[in-house]
Design a protein around this ligand. Structure first.
Ligand SMILES: NC(=O)c1ccc[n+]([C@@H]2O[C@H](COP(=O)([O-])OP(=O)(O)OC[C@H]3O[C@@H](n4cnc5c(N)ncnc54)[C@H](OP(=O)(O)O)[C@@H]3O)[C@@H](O)[C@H]2O)c1
Length: 445
């Protein structure tokens, strides 16, 4: 791979040279193995250690199909989906690969005894398959993680509704935590020129998800003046939701679990912050019984911060632990948008508070093509910034995933793939200098 890396690092290699670079038939990648899916059986989720299940090894380069691109990956990032894959919860992702493999001879390539994981990348296009005209070898790109077939009409208005909708690197193989990735060319988007490789790779999945969930008319449809309750407001999703709320003239009410995290939210411009640990909310008395008194205490605290107002939109993802409280604190006619269930997917809430007050629960999942493009455009314009707190080399991908699994991280955890060090890949220094403080806000916190 050294000759590919040299061509990228040179910064001025002609596109034609890229098109003629030899691509090795094997490449380094972070994988989980099908014959290890039972390795954590009987253990509690929090004890399952991604360092044991994630391998970094050489794998065979997949054949390039129509409409696809091979990308030299300079950097990637950890998403929670890689945590789920690596602890084989709630199900092993090999079932996804098997199902995808049954679709066509082309998708059969994905059904392998190993799964190359990762749903973010920044890098350089190496080769494109038949039918690709827009993207050329040598172009610096990021990739969003929506993989669709679009053969059915269902997804033609909103590509997330395609029956064959999958998350690349989670429900498909050949993901971004590797030296080379295989993507559909329509996942590609321009790399923001003012960012380093690792910064550019980090927003992808969570930025697009937060955009749909909060801003898009398919999600919260947030407007100026809305009070937005954001769980995990300095985390992967929440770090972007907080920025979108502030950018859009809304008032974020940020919930976090430590003073460090509260400080990050304030540094983004949020004024209303709740430290859930310090204030000791216990929404469940025991694993089966919620405590409405605690919902009320939480609601009272929100009113104290907002000057008596309730929440217009709740940005939900913790799930079982918080969902009852989220429904309770939403104002009459307000919206709870949910995209995940980190603490458990069997949610329980008091439906009287929902129907009597005409509240709505809206489900949201990643983002369609257009939403992804808009979310990346906002990064490229310097209106939304990466939330990268640090990086690991690819060889330590297991530790990077463990940090996220144990909630020991801030914002996003990056992974250097081909990039030999941090700080490379900036093409617009002038624009960077205008935003450098915001870009570095989560660094080393
Ligand atoms: N559907 C989609 O398209 C999509 C996309 C991205 C992510 N997700 C899912 O969304 C979830 C969050 O992802 P992420 O990348 O934001 O993860 P993350 O970086 O770990 O951030 C989540 C934050 O939520 C807070 N949190 C966790 N458990 C909580 C609990 N029981 N009660 C209250 N707060 C809690 C924590 O913040 P504090 O400790 O500071 O409170 C944590 O840092 C994951 O389950 C992920 O799989 C779904």
């Amino acid at each position: 791979m050294q000759h590919i890396l040299d061509a990228i690092l040179a910064g001025d290699t002609p596109a034609d040279d890229f098109a003629h670079l030899d691509i090795p038939d094997h490449y380094r990648a972070a994988t989980v193995h099908k014959d290890e899916v039972d390795m954590f059986e009987g253990m509690a989720a929090r004890e399952k250690d991604p360092r044991k299940s994630l391998h970094v090894e050489d794998v065979a380069l997949p054949e390039l199909g129509p409409g696809e691109a091979l990308v030299a990956v300079m950097a990637s990032a950890i998403n929670y989906n890689t945590v789920w894959t690596s602890i084989f919860e709630p199900v092993s992702t090999f079932g996804f690969l098997e199902r995808y493999g049954r679709l066509s001879p082309l998708t059969k390539r994905h059904d392998l005894p190993y799964h190359v994981v990762g749903s973010d990348l920044s890098g350089v296009v190496l080769r494109t398959g038949p039918g690709v005209t827009k993207w050329k070898p040598g172009t610096e790109v990021v990739a969003h993680c929506l993989s669709v077939e679009l053969e059915d009409p269902d997804g033609h208005d909103d590509t997330m509704l395609d029956p064959q909708q999958r998350i690349w690197g989670f429900e498909t193989n050949f993901g971004g935590l590797a030296h080379i990735a295989l993507v559909k060319a329509n996942q590609l988007m321009p790399k923001p020129a003012h960012l380093t490789w690792e910064e550019a790779a980090s927003p992808g999945l969570v930025n697009c998800t937060a955009y749909r969930q909060l801003v898009s008319k398919n999600g919260g449809d947030m407007k100026q003046g809305d009070n937005v309750l954001i769980w995990g407001a300095s985390g992967g999703l929440g770090g972007f939701a907080t920025q979108y709320a502030l950018n859009g003239g809304a008032t974020p009410v940020c919930v976090v679990s430590s003073e460090d995290k509260a400080e990050i939210c304030r540094s983004m411009g949020a004024e209303l912050v709740i430290n859930r640990n310090e204030e000791g909310y216990r929404f469940w008395k025991d694993p089966h019984t919620q405590d409405p008194k605690e919902w009320k205490r939480f609601g009272a605290r929100i009113r104290e911060l907002t000057g008596g107002e309730d929440i217009d939109i709740v940005f939900e993802h913790p799930g079982r632990e918080t969902f009852g409280a989220s429904v309770y604190v939403t104002r009459k006619g307000g919206t709870i948008t949910t995209c995940a269930s980190t603490s458990g997917y069997m949610h329980e809430y008091d439906n009287r508070y929902l129907w009597m007050n005409l509240k709505r629960i809206i489900s949201s999942h990643f983002a369609n093509y257009r939403e992804s493009w808009e979310a990346n455009r906002l990064i490229a314009k310097g209106k939304i910034h990466p939330t990268l707190s640090g990086t690991y080399p690819l060889d330590q991908v297991g530790q990077a995933a463990l940090d996220v699994h144990q909630n020991a991280h801030q914002g996003k955890v990056g992974v250097l793939c081909l990039a030999p060090e941090e700080g490379l890949g900036v093409r617009d220094e002038e624009m960077r200098s205008q935003h450098v403080d915001a870009i570095n806000r989560f660094r080393g916190v």
